[in-house]
Design a protein around this ligand. Structure first.
Ligand code: IVH
Length: 692
């Protein structure tokens, strides 16, 4: 890790920016696409570095700092549910030393040397939910979301076996929110992935993602088909809170008929806590589900209340994370995958091995430098690690086991798919194929991306089918998808001569072809954010596409601005930097991209973006820039408030800015606003506007 003590202000500023972007990108991948790419360890490391840098340079703390957020913003497709009592997260510890410090810290805080009772509960690796009961009846369910607002998953939650829809107990409070974790067992995860593989669908990386992907389905019928389970471990709002400890709560909910983890323990002192840790660590691989640690909670609610909360985590509880699970196996081959943007990614094919109950047969090698740095070679024995999330990592080579025949790996300088030069640009870790869309791998990956869940979401066009269709020139680019039906030829004898007649292919039939065409035709109308995302512009993920859609409103307007190279508005959007804006404009300079867009627009209708939040507030549709320190609101709150009232929040002042809200010690932005004649408001003005 970077040496924080040696870093200067300039470097720290750059580093904080890099971390904020990286974490935001990772959060998007993790929470919105259920498809993480950083390991938990890498993620934690970035967060830690951020924290240290912020401690040293508090004035450099960014408005979008990862330290100011829990989780990720709520996906817009779901209705929202505001948690009357926020769903918090927990602080992490990784060692027994930290555990002892945690317990001592609590004793110090309470000014006592007496032993304190804790519950020790397996930390389920799923996703948390909150279920609200009124007069015994289950009335709504939500995900955690960002902790304050979650997604309405009532119908989905109701499909999970084990969650009572009605509770009749005498002492069941009139209003109670029960909270816990939804998860998928390892066995059900394997079964689902096997089914996915048979249907040529991309498998889920791990049970947690499978659970998230299954729960967050707009169509609850899909959730019903997946085998999800849940456990209860805490509560939110309660009208009549009569239990006096966490253990009493757990007994009570169990009596009411809710599933509670049988491995929960009550520990009387540190020795018993450590004992519970050791025991669970040893049972871990045999458990039917993934756990990533243990949660310790002060048992007495009186003590919990005295201890209270830190900013976003309780002082009375902590998560003790388990070390990632490791194993040794052989690298059978190193394959180079070519992605949608031409990036060459090395992947290790491993001798399959069981790591903590999950069979692993591939590991990511990241990039060229990583292979060199670790000197990884085909035929080597390596230590791999599965950290709950993401594809497993190769930690290092076991040199004693290296056979003399093993040769250094030479990273290809040409694309293994199309033979075009593969080059590395300055400052870039990845080597990229220069073949563009003439590279079959890039073309195929772009079509796969185009039909993927967050993009056009076309069921029935799996990866294998796209590859076949591409090889047979049935599909060359995304636009061809929409002419498939016309080219297929129906029962009409006259057109039959040249038709594709997909129904006659092996494994296909009339019904499956009809279903495919139906799925395609249902997408002839598409939302603006999905359309932008589907184009597959480098660096432009689902969240960025949404930002672009919000700021431009229509595809025609966005495209016009890009073609004329007008980037001023683009870079003023909070969350879009110079580099990303560059990639966007470059995309629109490529002739073949324009051609495909033109063909697509002939087939599909892109809906203008209408913000469904609020459009009759005094600030709806306005672009606001905040600067300086606000007195009554944090920057994040002010931003959220503005956005919830339909305003757009930009990071820099331009001619497109409607208001600049100025706090104390405002700097250059205020000056720029004056120069441009942009209306300046103080915090009071802003609050008044938002209260109207
Ligand atoms: S208690 C205020 N108990 O861990 C404390 N959380 O990092 C609220 N989790 O979002 C959480 N098992 O998804 C608690 N036995 C358990 C848990 C647990 C898993 C998850 C939960 C939470 C995250 C916190």
């Amino acid at each position: 890790m970077i040496d924080v003590s040696a870093i200067n202000e300039e470097q720290a500023k750059k580093e904080l920016e890099r971390i904020a972007k990286e974490i935001a990108k990772s959060d998007e991948a993790y929470y919105q696409n259920d498809n993480p790419y950083l390991t938990d360890a890498e993620y934690d490391k970035l967060k830690l570095l951020n924290e240290k840098l912020e401690q040293k340079f508090p004035h450099l703390i960014r408005a979008d700092s990862p330290s100011k957020r829990i989780g990720s913003p709520v996906k817009s497709d779901f209705k929202k549910i505001v948690h009357t009592i926020p769903m918090l997260s927990l602080g992490d510890i990784f060692s027994k030393e930290e555990l002892a410090d945690f317990v001592k810290g609590i004793q110090r805080f309470l000014n006592t040397e007496k032993d304190i009772e804790f519950t020790s509960e397996p930390k389920m690796d799923g996703l948390s939910f909150s279920a609200r009961y009124e007069k015994g009846r289950l009335i709504s369910g939500a995900t955690r979301g960002d902790g304050k607002t979650g997604e309405d998953i009532t119908d989905n939650l109701k499909t999970i076996a084990g969650l009572p829809h009605f509770v009749e107990a005498e002492d069941f409070p009139d209003i109670i929110e029960l909270r816990g974790e939804v998860y998928m067992s390892k066995a059900d995860f394997f079964e689902l992935n096997a089914k996915y593989a048979a249907e040529n669908k991309k498998p889920f990386a791990n049970p947690r993602n499978a659970a998230a992907g299954s729960l967050r389905q707009l169509d609850a019928n899909i959730t019903k088909e997946r085998k999800l389970s849940l456990l209860v471990y805490t509560w939110g709002e309660v009208s009549n809170l009569f239990w006096q400890s966490q253990s009493e709560f757990l007994e009570t909910v169990q009596r009411w008929g809710f599933p509670v983890n049988p491995y929960n323990r009550l520990c009387r002192n540190l020795t018993e806590i450590i004992d519970s840790y050791e025991t669970l660590l040893n049972t871990r691989a045999d458990l039917p589900y993934d756990i990533d640690g243990i949660v310790y909670k002060v048992n007495s609610l009186d003590l919990q209340n005295r201890l209270g909360f830190l900013t976003r985590t309780p002082r009375w509880a902590i998560a003790h994370k388990f070390p990632a699970e490791k194993a040794v196996t052989r690298i059978n081959n190193i394959r180079i995958q070519v992605g949608r943007t031409g990036a060459l990614t090395p992947v290790a094919d491993l001798e399959p091995i069981n790591v903590g109950g999950v069979i692993v047969s591939h590991a990511t090698l990241h990039n060229e430098d990583e292979i060199k740095r670790k000197d990884i070679r085909i035929g080597d024995y390596v230590t791999i690690q599965r950290a709950g999330d993401v594809i497993p990592q190769v930690l290092g080579v076991i040199l004693e086991k290296r056979s003399p025949e093993v040769k250094e790996f030479e990273f290809p300088k040409v694309c293994p798919e199309c033979g075009a030069h593969a080059i590395r640009e300055e400052d870039e870790a990845v080597r990229r194929c220069t073949g563009g869309l003439s590279c079959p791998a890039q073309a195929i990956e772009r079509i796969k991306h185009f039909v993927s869940r967050e993009a056009f979401n076309i069921e029935g066009l799996g990866g294998k089918i796209i590859e076949q269709f591409f090889a047979e020139s049935i599909l060359q680019n995304p636009a061809d998808i929409f002419t498939l039906e016309a080219r297929n030829g129906g029962d009409d004898l006259f057109s039959a001569a040249n038709g594709l007649h997909l129904e006659n292919r092996d494994g296909w039939g009339k019904k499956s072809v009809e279903n495919l065409f139906k799925a395609i035709n249902e997408r002839r109308k598409i939302s603006l954010p999905r359309f932008i995302y589907a184009l597959g512009i480098r660096q432009v993920g689902a969240a960025t596409s949404l930002l672009i859609a919000k700021n431009y409103g229509s595809f025609a307007h966005f495209m016009e601005e890009m073609q004329q190279n007008h980037t001023e508005k683009l870079v003023s959007i909070d969350g879009i930097g110079e580099a990303m804006a560059h990639d966007v404009t470059e995309f629109f300079k490529e002739e073949h991209n324009l051609l495909i867009i033109q063909k697509l627009l002939a087939e599909v209708q892109v809906e203008d973006f209408v913000d469904n939040i609020i459009n009759n507030s005094p600030i709806s549709g306005k672009t606001i820039v905040f600067t300086g320190t606000l007195e009554h609101l944090t920057r994040a709150e002010a931003k959220a408030k503005a956005q919830s009232l339909g305003a757009k929040v930009a990071g820099s002042v331009s001619a497109h800015t409607d208001f600049v809200v100025m706090g104390a010690d405002a700097g250059s932005k205020a000056k720029k606003a004056q120069e441009l004649g942009v209306k300046i408001l103080n915090e009071e003005d802003f609050l008044q506007l938002t209260q109207q």
